[in-house]
Design a protein around this ligand. Structure first.
Ligand code: AN7
Length: 356
């Protein structure tokens, strides 16, 4: 039996590590690619939709792919501390991998705009949390400035090793399907991930005769949609706090991915995003966080209009786990409060029979 020991070991030859590099890993990657069985039938379209469930990474999001690489390289370079600005998931991943490496993590987060699970994780891992009374974009600007004045390595996706790690998700998809999907749909915030996937697909097919890369589709929340609008947004707002970002860091790289792949950006309302999140849970048994569901919201919209034609094979990346944001989940199910009954056989029997 071959033990799975993380994505760096798995894709060593395609990543910037040497024989002597000490790998900082929590066994990230190798996440399931789940074919949706019910939703295509519900919408009455002949399409194959797979979801790449990145919520099953060690800290519950795709950020672990980038963080194993970024922290491995930071440690290799002798760094004693890492820093990031974050809407929540990056801070949780940075905190966990810092502990693993035995170094210090500092995280800047927008006060009151972090999902509860992400804050709880980051506290548990013991990172130094710095809350600011400003949004992610302001935090990111501050992190870039402070890194010039203090001995800390930035582990946001402007760190190129983050994208190196994240590109492995595309490798896994092609390895598993045996080919690339026709369309790849992603939620977009800073646009590091869509950039990394595109890099991964291109690298996978370099030098091969039947190069077949997907059309990249990037979906944003309507209130935080700089790519869909074609300009930066100063006061981004969305219930999907993970992608509450108005000044994306990978602006040029993501436009290149869009153009080279023949793809597009679009935006969807919070209601559409939340509806997709609930649909995935209630029809497929897959619970992702709100931001992640933007990928499916966009795919379903573009399938319904025919922009994504019938017969297509589509992959949607579900970037984070639904358990990260229990408050939104409870709001989503406000009209499905559990009933409380007598602790007797009779009452339990009645409660069951009422539902059959
Ligand atoms: C669940 O944690 O930016 O387009 O600071 O957590 O690569 O930025 C999170 C981003 C999508 C957007 N889905 O990815 C952070 C942060 C989830 C996320 C995105 C994020 P990018």
């Amino acid at each position: 039996m071959k033990r799975y020991t993380g994505l760096i070991e798995n894709y060593r030859s395609r990543l910037p590590v040497s024989e002597s590099t000490r790998i900082i890993s929590l066994g990230e990657g190798n996440t399931p690619l789940i074919e949706l069985h019910h939703i295509p039938r519900l919408i009455g379209k002949e399409v194959k939709i797979y979801v790449k469930f990145e919520g099953l990474n060690p800290t519950g999001s795709f950020k672990d792919r980038g963080m194993t690489m970024a922290v491995t390289k930071a440690v290799e370079a002798g760094s004693q501390a890492i820093i990031c600005a974050s809407t929540g998931n990056t801070s949780a991943a940075a905190a966990a991998y810092a502990v693993r490496a035995g170094i210090q993590a500092f995280v800047l987060i927008p006060e009151g705009k972090i999902a509860l699970g992400k804050l709880a994780q980051t506290l548990m891992y013991g990172a130094k949390i710095i809350q600011i009374n400003g949004n992610f974009d302001r935090g990111m600007a501050l992190v870039k400035e402070v890194a010039e004045h203090a001995p800390v390595t930035i582990v946001n996706s402007i760190n190129p090793y983050r994208l190196e790690g994240q590109k492995t998700a595309a490798f896994e998809i092609v390895d598993e399907l045996g080919f690339a999907p026709d369309y790849h749909c992603l939620p977009v915030g800073n646009a590091g991930n869509i950039t990394a996937y595109w890099k991964g697909y291109k690298e996978y097919f370099t030098g091969r005769v039947c190069a077949n890369t997907p059309v990249m589709c990037g979906y944003q929340a309507a209130g935080a949609a700089p790519f869909a609008l074609g300009e930066m947004v100063d006061n981004p707002e969305t219930v999907a706090t993970a992608i509450r970002i108005g000044h994306p860091q990978s602006w040029d790289l993501a436009w290149t991915a869009q153009k080279e792949s023949g793809g597009w950006f679009d935006k969807f309302s919070d209601e559409q995003i939340l509806a997709a999140q609930k649909m995935l849970s209630q029809f497929e048994g897959v619970f992702c966080e709100p931001a992640s569901a933007a990928s499916l919201a966009g795919a379903l919209h573009d399938i319904s209009t025919g922009k994504i034609p019938e017969g297509s094979i589509i992959v949607c990346t579900l970037t984070g786990n639904g358990i990260k944001d229990p408050e939104i989940a409870m709001q989503q199910c406000a009209d499905a409060k559990p009933v409380t009954i007598d602790a007797s056989l009779d009452a339990v029997k009645r409660a069951i029979l009422d539902h059959i």
